[in-house]
Structures are given as structure tokens and as C-alpha cells.
Write a protein that binds this ligand. Structure first.
Ligand code: C2E
Ligand code: MG
Ligand code: MG
Ligand code: MG
Length: 292
């Protein structure tokens, strides 16, 4: 009977919402102790130039190994940290840890030109992002030019005026600014023009089928033309196959990041590979830029 079905459906939805809320509460309270118990760590994924083959930077990505649940995906615990306000503390820890790691690499004589850190919408909304970044730079002895900040397109477009202010302040410090997950956030082009952005990160959803879907190819081409016209570089995220790489290179994409070159790795593994001269092999580099 339809009515009974509906009632059953409602009860089920309620039970599910309850389970969801419970899990969120448990994750939030466990996360509160995770920092002090050193359950969090950073892994680093290389960002590679298609013109020089060099690793131009690494993106710091947070990982949480919980004694109770094992590896909790960052999409889950970052969202919980956002909703509970813990992101301030977590974000600070990420920034400081990444800067200390960069200084350690530098001290060891390894060349990691830049470490990029993700900053959440909440950190952007507080209005003192650049001040906080500046303090961490001073505390850690980090060269500002070695730091990149990644903000998602949607976080920036949420309040473009405020974001513009924060981005200008970061830039004035000498920090590089990247727009993350680009293409998913409904940017107004007029807005983008006035924002001080160095790198646009083409979202993985376009990159995933750029070699098979004409629509993704068209969008990718449009974003490349627009970004280059505005003096920005384009980094394709989530490159997993050589076909994607070949296509992106032919269209003039500047940088890539993805499992094809390397997944995110622990700092020690990165150090070892860097000291072996890790880079993109010559046969994968752009040779003729006139093909663009
Ligand atoms: P994001 O900033 O867009 O980071 C890229 C994500 O794509 C990472 O997922 C990375 O592991 C994954 N990825 C890289 N290459 C490939 C590939 O070839 N194929 C596929 N399928 N995936 C690839 P991860 O580490 O799970 O992080 C997910 C998101 O969580 C990040 O997206 C970022 O928004 C957020 N996040 C991670 N760490 C932090 C952090 O320290 N602070 C903040 N605020 N957010 C973070
Ligand atoms: Mg990112
Ligand atoms: Mg991204
Ligand atoms: Mg993404």
C-alpha cells in the first residue's frame, strides 16, 4: 500500500539522517583530539611543468588515520571541521606543517620550488587570512615565494570582493594564488578578470574525459584561452592517462598533477625520489608551441 510505503520511507530517511548526525558528532569529537594525538599527517603530490618537465611544486593534502575508523577521507573530515569551526586550528596546523616541511627540504638541499596549501571557505571568510599566513611564514622561516595557496572557485565566488582583498594581500606577501576546482563554480568572467590569480586549476571532472568527450575538450580549450589571455597559467588536476596528457599538452596546458605522474606521497618518499632527479621524461614535453 502506497501510504505504508511512504511512512516506511520517511522512517527510513529519519533513521538515516540520525545515523548521519551521529557519525558527524563522533567524527567531530574524535577530530578534536586528533591533532594533539598526532593522528594527522600531510602527503604531497607533485605538480609538473609540461614545458620544462620540472616539478614546480607539490600540493599538501591532509590525511587522518583514526584509531577507530582507520583512514578517514579528507572530504569527510574537512567538511566536519568546516561545520564545527575546527577548521581554523586544522588549517593552521596544515599551513605550519607544510611550511616546516618546505624549510626542511630546502635545508637538506632538495629543490621543491613551492608547496601549495588548500585553504577552506571558512578561513577565507574570517578576513585575516593573509595576516595568519604572514605569521606562519615568520614563525617557520619560510620564503613566501615558496608558498602557494589554493582556494576553490566556489569559495572565491561566494564573496568576490572579500576574496579579492585576501588574494591581493597574499600576493603582496609574495605568495602564489591558485583557483582550485575551476570550471565547477559558475565564475563570472568579469569577476575573474579583476582577481589577482596566478594559476587556474582545471577541475578533474573535465580532465577525466578530456580525451573522449568533445564537450570537455571544448570547455578545456575555452578555459585555456581565457586564462592565458588574462596572464594566468593552467594546471590540469587528476591526470591519470597518457592520452589525457597528450591532449592537454597539444592544447597548451602549462602544468599537470595526477596519478599518472604520481599520487600524493609521504615527505620521505618525495625526498628520495627528488634526490634521484625526479622529473617528467623528455618525450612527454611540449616541443612545438605553435601548435596551440
Ligand atoms: P583538491 O584540493 O582538489 O585536491 C585534489 C584531490 O584529487 C586530492 O584528493 C588528490 O588526492 C586527488 N587526486 C590527485 N590526482 C588524482 C587523480 O589522478 N585521480 C583522482 N581520481 N584523484 C586524484 P584528497 O587528498 O582526497 O583531497 C580531497 C579534497 O579535500 C581536496 O581537493 C581538498 O579540497 C580537500 N583537502 C585535502 N587536504 C586539505 C587541507 O589540508 N585543507 C583543506 N581546506 N582542504 C583539504
Ligand atoms: Mg587543492
Ligand atoms: Mg582541486
Ligand atoms: Mg578537485
Amino acid at each position: 500500500c502506497a501510504l505504508a510505503d511512504e511512512a516506511g520511507g520517511v522512517a527510513f530517511a529519519r533513521a538515516e539522517a540520525h545515523a548521519h548526525a551521529l557519525r558527524e558528532m563522533q567524527v567531530a569529537s574524535a577530530l578534536r583530539h586528533a591533532l594533539e594525538r598526532q593522528e594527522l599527517r600531510l602527503v604531497y603530490q607533485p605538480q609538473v611543468s609540461l614545458t620544462s618537465g620540472a616539478i614546480v611544486g607539490v600540493e599538501a593534502l591532509a590525511r587522518w588515520n583514526s584509531p577507530r575508523w582507520g583512514e578517514v577521507p579528507p572530504t569527510e573530515f574537512i567538511a566536519v571541521a568546516e561545520r564545527t569551526g575546527m577548521i581554523g586550528e586544522l588549517g593552521h596546523w596544515v599551513l605550519e606543517t607544510a611550511c616546516r616541511q618546505w624549510v626542511a627540504w630546502r635545508t637538506a638541499g632538495l629543490s621543491v620550488p613551492r608547496v601549495a596549501v588548500n585553504v577552506s571557505p571558512h578561513q577565507l571568510r574570517r578576513g585575516d587570512l593573509a595576516l595568519k599566513v604572514q605569521r606562519v611564514l615568520l614563525d617557520t622561516g619560510m620564503d613566501p615565494r615558496g608558498l602557494g595557496i589554493e582556494l576553490t572557485e566556489s569559495a572565491v565566488m561566494d564573496d568576490p570582493a572579500r576574496a579579492g582583498q585576501a588574494l591581493s594581500e597574499l600576493r603582496a606577501l609574495g605568495v602564489e594564488v591558485a583557483l582550485d576546482d575551476f570550471g565547477t563554480g559558475y565564475s563570472s568572467l568579469a569577476c575573474l578578470r579583476s582577481l589577482p590569480i596566478d594559476v587556474v586549476k582545471l577541475d578533474r571532472s573535465f580532465v577525466s574525459d578530456v580525451d573522449t568527450a568533445p564537450e570537455s575538450m571544448a570547455l578545456t580549450r575555452a578555459i585555456l584561452t581565457m586564462a592565458h589571455g588574462l596572464g594566468m597559467q593552467v594546471l590540469a588536476e587528476g591526470v591519470e592517462r597518457e592520452d589525457q596528457l597528450n591532449l592537454l599538452r597539444a592544447k597548451g596546458c602549462d602544468l599537470i598533477q595526477g596519478y599518472w605522474f604520481s599520487p600524493p606521497v609521504a615527505p620521505q618518499a618525495l625526498s628520495e625520489r627528488l634526490s634521484e632527479g625526479w622529473r617528467l621524461a623528455a618525450q612527454h614535453l611540449s616541443r612545438d608551441n605553435s601548435q596551440r
